[in-house]
Design a protein around this ligand. Structure first.
Ligand code: HEC
Length: 116
């Protein structure tokens, strides 16, 4: 009987591990919006260097219009620079976005970079 309990415990543990894995590999891009998704990615990763007080490279990413100006196509620096592995123009400079954040940016750009 004791062994059965251990077996059950092991199964429960294994099952919860599997769920953790799912969370890591699933990227939900179904409800990407500028205001809730893109804005927070930018705030967390880009605003130190791209605000009106400190506009490195002359780039300010504070308003939707400013961001959209860099997002008109997937070939634009806004997306290409995020996915290029190396190079001076890879953004964020000195770091990188998670694959999921890149997917979300891509989804938003493909939708026409809407102000939603
Ligand atoms: C640590 C500072 C820093 C951070 C953080 C940063 N950037 Fe930059 N960014 C720069 C600098 C410096 C340049 C100018 C690079 C150049 O001209 O070679 C630049 C240039 C750019 C450009 C113009 C590139 C071009 O080819 O004209 C875009 C677009 C850009 N950044 C977007 C972003 C985005 C999006 C993020 C966040 C995901 C980000 N940056 C985060 C420093 C930063």
């Amino acid at each position: 009987m004791k062994n059965v309990n251990y077996l059950l415990l092991l199964l429960v543990l294994l099952n919860s591990c599997a769920k953790e894995e799912d969370k890591k590999t699933t990227c939900d891009t179904t409800s990407v919006t500028y205001s809730s998704t893109i804005r927070s990615i930018l705030n967390d990763n880009c605003m130190n260097c791209h605000n009106s007080g400190s506009a490195l490279g002359g780039v300010v990413l504070e308003t939707h219009a400013q961001v959209a100006a860099y997002s008109t196509s997937l070939n634009d620096v806004f997306y290409v620079s995020l996915t290029t592995a190396t190079g001076a123009k890879k953004m964020p400079q000195g770091g990188s976005l998670t694959n999921c954040d890149i997917e979300k940016v891509k989804t938003w750009i493909e939708a026409g970079a809407p102000n939603n």
